[in-house]
Design a protein around this ligand. Sequence first.
Ligand code: HAM
Length: 427
Amino acid sequence: MEAKGIKGFKDILPDDIKKWHFLEETAKEVFENAGYSEIRVPIMEFTEIFSRSIGEDTDIVEKEMYTFQDKSGRSITLRPEGTASIVRAYIEHGLHADPQPTRLYYLGPMFRYERPQAGRYRQFYQIGVEALGIDEPLLDAEVIMMLWHLFERLKLNYLELQLNSLGCKNCRPLYIKTLRNYLTDKLPLLCPDCKKRYEVNPLRVLDCKREQCINAVANVPGIFDSLCPSCKKHFDEVKGYLRELSIPFVVNQKIVRGLDYYTKTTFEVISEKLGAQNAVAAGGRYDGLVKDLGGPPTPGIGFAIGVERTISLFKNTPPEQKPLIFLASLGNSGQAFSMKLARQMRDAGIKVELGYGDSLKSQMRKADKSGTGYVLIIGDEEIKKGSAILRNMRTKSQENIPFGSVFETVTKRLRPEAQPEGLSDNI
Ligand code: HAM
């Protein structure tokens, strides 16, 4: 048997996980400070939840879903995105009865059978938010501001926020008509997929990444001329708030998104540092989705961040937050002493790594690699003398500390502000 993972499914190894934790923790803090609560939904739903939400004619539903029959013959799908599941849960648990907006955030794996390439996986992670129950443009601006704030907190530069409006069920058909008229002449130039899209959903042609289609739609009429007065006012107000909040954006009338539930405001955050898969986050309004899934008419807006793409933009590994000490010890009594000390220090919130191996030299090499600031050395000699050696790895200076005050001294050295309790008497 070959120990080999599935194509497009990635392991996240300990060397990388610090970046993941940093992103997850920063996002949680930003979202919770804005009144969002975490929701955890299953990674599978009845297939219909996704096909009805995302749209039967989208690439996701047509080609990319991991769908199978369970043992009772029901069609089940691994979630390709989070919004549909969140809306399902919102309806199922009657969250619309709570004061609105309902503000939710979520994180976890999503599954799409896409062609794997840099920045595109078959299992990938999203961190997303959904705010339901309010249709005011102010909420659009608040949601976008929160996303922008998160990227600022992550110190990511060179990002561009692109904004569009897709209109509503009243005015979008007019644009689709205009678009189809425009594309009629260009039909021979389009790729085979877009020839089909022309019939079923010509908006999708604007999203095609093939050069021949990009060229064919270069001078396509924009959607703004087709927007109804209410959609136009909504979009103008969103832009006005963003300007007031000094959030830079560009309008891109070609953002149509690959999911059918969007109405009015849509947006993407693009990084010029990424290759073809350059969207780090995307979202928009979906004012018809709750009703489409069987709930009361309820507006909603949200976004999802692509975790792998965002992390690929981090230049450095975030610094270790917790103080770390490495205990290098030899012999039964030295190791037993270290073990007891480790437990006491861990209780006090200090990260303690124990050295294993039969020479102090090899343990010191491991300590060096661990990035620790201090090593406490307890060899046979130290046991005899009743004191340990504390080595500062940066200055290379060493001091002897009697066993009775090791815990207190080390804790103070690592966390000067800490008030150690349960001192060394028990060691
Ligand atoms: P989406 O544009 O399909 O929107 O995905 C959001 C983000 O997930 C993308 O911008 C990208 O960063 C990341 N992503 C998507 N597919 C992959 C992939 N195969 N590999 C790696 N990263 C990927 C949604 O999913 C909507 N549910 C967003 C939303 C929430 N709209 C309203 N609320």
